[in-house]
Design a protein around this ligand. Structure first.
Ligand code: NAD
Length: 512
């Protein structure tokens, strides 16, 4: 596989996909389908996918329940590990096809899609190791006649609903971990980027994962809602916008259903005057524009010491002018197209609001000519004040806001002054300053003198409006497990209280 191969739109043919339910390729019960066009190449039809309804979700949930009870729940971790490793191998085998579909459906550059697929395989490999280390706890100091075991059990059937920005990676932050813990799944990918999730389910089948363990239903938010409301789903794992996440959490709350949420971000990078500025400029450009800024971890707020703010913004603008925006099928492209018209309208609205509120537009701020209207210039605002919407809201586009600070305490206050708390960073060669900020920043991930690196081994998730729960790392097993305590009597129990009323007092207060 060449990592520099360019494609041309003329080579692309329409892919016709099905759902995967109970291990079978499945049309929707209604027979309806929908078409995804490439956002980067107007009128280029990329995929045709079934439009599911409640009946399809019912069938998928039933299949997942049968598979759970039919053996998957009790399968040895070593067997599950072999299967997860097998999926990783098949992902690597089909990497180029998966990357191409990601690019065609999302508009992201092919080079970034390739690295996303590689990271996806690593997630499956890591989760395989956890499948063999799902250990509980034992207590032998509860009294002479008592042992207690604490065991992890699968939660059951997990409904997974995913967004469009990293379709294959995000489903793989959930699925292999849930499978390692012994759960089965019903997955709904974004209607904009369904294909690679269907392809993944086929690879699971090819790797030998039993029918019904991995089910994929395709469609829009109505299908998502059918999963959320389904009484046969034991847990919901959702990645997407904070607004939709709130609604899912409310419904899960009223149904008392387990829920894990990975939501939006408005992530600050603090740049101290004691930082390696060349490295910080590089991270500002990468962190702001990676995936066209359509990234939950975008470092879209640059909080810069006032003594270097103007110089820093200028350096970021100069670097920005070198970023290649354009056809995502070319290996040299760094920013592809936005995912859809709605995303473009959102960005344009925020840019208008930023200008109206008095921020200075240093560079960008408009569309760029291309094969569709969805190419947007990387954009930088300076003189951004904390109350402005461009400082507070997740824009989900290539828009950076530069905000000055005088003291590190003030920088941390500005950084923490949003509802979000997904990730945050500090650039400083002063170790005390860096660690103090890392201590006080309120976010699930803090980067010190780096930005946006991720590892399957370390947990990921957000504070506040950025979510509930954690994915990845050893902790992911707990996220997808129920805890059960088993108490064991050692030796004969002397009396029963019905025969010896004087014992009742002795039992009072234990587990009452
Ligand atoms: P979205 O919330 O619009 O949609 C996400 C998924 O939910 C889609 O599959 C959609 O069909 C489904 N959905 C929409 N409404 C629903 C409803 N009422 N009930 C059930 N399902 C519903 O998000 P998006 O635009 O696809 O993705 C962008 C968002 O995702 C951004 O806010 C981004 O920050 C967030 N995101 C977060 C992370 C993270 O790990 N924290 C990662 C990637 C993206």
């Amino acid at each position: 596989m060449s990592l520099t191969h360019d494609y041309s739109a003329a080579e692309i043919v329409l892919s016709t996909l099905t759902q995967v339910i109970d291990g079978q390729d499945a049309e929707s019960r209604s027979g309806e389908r929908f078409i995804r066009e490439s956002p980067a190449h107007r009128d280029l039809q990329v995929s045709s996918v079934p439009l599911a309804d409640v009946a399809d979700v019912d069938a998928a949930v039933s299949a997942a329940r049968r598979a759970l009870e039919g053996g998957w729940r009790l399968m040895a971790g070593s067997e599950r590990a072999k299967l997860l490793h097998g999926v990783a191998e098949l992902i690597r085998r089909d990497a180029e096809h998966l990357a191409l579909m990601e690019t065609l459906e999302s508009g992201k550059p092919i080079s970034q899609a390739r690295s996303e697929v590689d990271s996806t395989a690593e997630l499956w490999e890591y989760a395989a190791t956890l499948a063999r280390h799902n250990v509980g706890d034992a207590h032998n100091s509860l009294g002479a006649d008592t042992f207690a075991l604490v065991v992890n059990e699968p939660v059951g059937v997990v409904g997974m609903i995913t967004p469009w920005n990293f379709p294959l990676l995000i489903v793989s932050q959930k699925l292999p971990f849930a499978l390692a813990a012994g759960n089965t799944s019903v997955i709904k990918p974004s209607e904009s980027t369904s294909s690679t999730t269907v392809m993944l389910a086929r690879l699971c089948r090819e790797a030998g994962i039993p029918n019904g363990v991995v089910n994929v239903v395709t469609g829009d938010k109505r299908v998502g809602a059918a999963i959320v409301e389904h009484p046969g789903i034991d847990m919901l794992s959702f990645t997407g916008s904070t607004g939709v996440g709130r609604g899912i959490a409310a419904r899960a709350g009223s149904d008392l259903k387990r829920v894990e949420l990975e939501l939006g971000g408005k992530n600050p990078q603090i740049i101290s005057e004691k930082a390696d500025l060349a490295a910080a400029v590089d991270a500002a450009v990468f962190g702001g524009y990676f995936n066209g800024g359509q990234c939950c971890n975008s470092g879209s707020r640059l909080i810069v010491h006032t003594s270097i703010a103007a110089e820093f913004a200028q350096a970021v603008a100069e670097r920005t002018s070198l970023v290649a925006v354009g056809d995502p099928l070319l290996a040299s492209t760094r920013i592809g197209s936005l995912v859809n018209d709605q995303q473009l309208e959102t960005i344009e609205r925020y840019v208008r609001e930023g200008v109206a509120a008095g921020a200075t537009l240093l560079t960008g701020g408009s569309r760029r000519e291309g094969s569709s209207e969805l190419f947007y210039e990387p954009t930088i605002f300076t003189e951004v004040a904390p109350g402005m919407s461009i400082a507070n809201d997740e824009i989900f586009g290539p828009v950076l806001s530069v905000m000055p600070f005088s003291t590190i305490d003030e920088a941390v206050r500005i950084a923490n002054a949003t509802d979000f708390g997904l990730s945050a960073g500090i650039w400083s060669d002063d170790i005390t300053e860096a660690l103090t900020a890392a201590r006080d920043l309120r976010a699930g991930t803090i980067w010190v003198n780096r930005w946006m690196d991720g590892y399957p081994e370390v947990p990921f998730g957000g504070y506040g409006a950025s979510g509930i729960g954690r994915e990845l790392g050893r902790q992911a097993l707990a996220e997808f497990s129920e805890t059960k305590t088993i108490q064991l009597q050692v030796g004969a129990r002397a009396t029963r209280w019905v025969d010896a009323p004087d014992q009742i007092g002795a039992l009072g207060g234990r587990g009452a």
